[in-house]
Write a protein that binds this ligand. Structure first.
Ligand code: PMP
Length: 435
């Protein structure tokens, strides 16, 4: 079955939404601005399928931008959520489910000795940065162009994700003083890192990096790059913050850290997590060295707090999701991702379209360009218009890709034979549409 391009019920909802919500969306990439057309308003989701308000079903390769690793409304996660909700929605006191979730994270990622739960990846990055500043008594932060760590003022310079999608160098509304505390470097460039530290090493509190960038498309660290981050930060007394919001518990049971292993010279000092660990609910975390985490209030002088942090329903969803992420699930994710990516590559090859597929565990992205993508400049050098046509080619055949050339495709363990067949069947027509 093919779908008409029009989506009348979604279009009507978008118009209604625009009257009360800027651009009609609560997060920019949802607006389809870079690919054009009407964003689909979803009514429900189950397993690998999304159903929109026009009643059409799509195979979901967005997975809510990462969290839905088991597919939608997984019965056991749903049961855990029901049980937790029946016990009350939020206490504003400590409770056992948040302890169990913290234990699960600490067990999975060995260098994380202590972890605090928050509500979003943005909050996790913001808090980790504040903590690094408190610990070192310094203020400057190094980040890499194309890496996204949430919409934290000082981290919006040359950020990936939506800013890459809309080709924004940075955001209005960020004070010059915040931007001045940020050094933006090209990813995978050790000499640039060394120069920055040689010039300003004594002012640098931390380097924050995506463990393996996924917000400019997937751009893995070149061999030795993570080691260099560890070596240079340690030499200058700065902390290394590894942002595993996207990769955490997705690339492997212990995220990108589990795939790449600790850098020579020791593990990152702090980690941030989100997405999968909330199972689709607002839950995220930052954690790491116990001596650094000990600086948090109330014992320490670095303030950080949250009315809903460690929410019992979100914690239950996250915990159930993590417990269901067995080795078999990770093996299945890898298998499914390779089946899809191989088929995409074969179809693009057949049509003579230059492309490059890059990987982080089961996360992958398809660049419409030839040659390795090592940094943000490489990632920007691709045919985003061709991606837009390809995206709509897939959408009209019932497959929902991330609506941006700069995003990861997120597979779920719920992708079954029917869903995969639908993806494979959509590819020839979508590639033809993209030419
Ligand atoms: N860090 C990374 C690596 C991310 O991918 C994201 C979100 N895509 C964030 C931080 C911010 O997370 P949130 O959207 O939950 O604030």
């Amino acid at each position: 079955m093919t779908y008409p391009d029009q989506a009348p019920a979604s279009a009507a909802l978008l118009e209604r939404a625009r009257a009360v919500i800027p651009s009609g969306v609560n997060s920019p990439v949802r607006a389809f601005r870079s690919v054009g057309g009407t964003p689909r308003f979803m009514r429900s989701a189950s397993g690998p399928w999304l159903t929109d308000v026009d009643g059409r079903r799509y195979v979901d390769l967005v997975g809510s931008w990462g969290p839905m690793i088991l597919g939608h409304a997984h019965p056991q996660v749903l049961e855990a959520v029901r049980e937790a909700a029946a016990d009350g929605f939020s206490f504003g006191t400590p409770s056992e489910r948040e302890v169990a979730l913290a234990e699960e994270i600490v067990t999975r990622v060995a260098p994380v000795e202590s972890v605090r739960l928050v509500n979003s990846g943005t909050e996790a990055s913001m808090s980790a940065i504040r903590l690094a500043r408190g610990f070192t008594g310094r203020s400057v932060v190094v980040k890499f162009a194309g890496c996204y760590h949430g919409h934290v003022d000082s981290l919006l310079a040359a950020a990936g994700s939506g800013l890459a999608t809309f080709a924004l160098p940075d955001s209005a509304g960020v004070p010059a003083s915040a931007a001045a505390e940020t050094i933006v470097l090209p990813y995978n460039d050790v000499p640039a890192l060394e120069v920055a530290f040689a010039e300003r090493g004594e002012q640098i509190a931390a380097v924050i990096t995506e463990a393996c960038p996924g917000n400019m498309g997937v751009v893995p660290p070149l061999p030795g790059f993570t080691d260099a981050l560890r070596r240079v930060t340690a030499e200058h007394g700065a902390l290394l913050i590894s942002d595993e919001v996207m990769t955490g518990f997705r690339c492997s049971a212990s995220g990108w850290f589990g795939l790449e292993g600790p850098p020579a010279g020791g593990a990152p000092d702090l980690f941030t997590f989100g997405k999968v660990m909330g199972g689709g609910f607002p839950a995220a975390a930052f954690g790491g060295r116990a001596d650094v985490m000990a600086l948090l209030a109330p014992e320490g002088p670095v303030y950080q707090a949250g009315t809903l942090s460690g929410n019992p329903v979100a914690s239950a969803a996250g915990l159930a999701t993590l417990r269901l992420c067995t080795p078999e699930v990770y093996a299945r994710l890898d298998e499914v991702a390779h089946t899809i990516a191989d088929a995409v590559a074969a179809e693009l090859d057949r049509a003579g379209v230059a492309h490059r597929i890059q990987w982080a565990g089961s996360m992958f992205s398809v660049f419409h360009r030839a040659g390795q993508v090592r940094d943000y400049a490489d990632a920007q050098d691709q045919d985003t218009a061709a991606f837009g046509r390809f995206f709509h080619g897939m959408l009209r055949r019932g497959v929902h890709l991330p609506p941006s050339a700069f995003e990861t495709w997120f597979v779920s363990a719920a992708l079954d034979d029917e869903a995969i067949s639908k993806i494979l069947a959509a590819l020839p027509g979508a590639v033809a549409d993209s030419l």
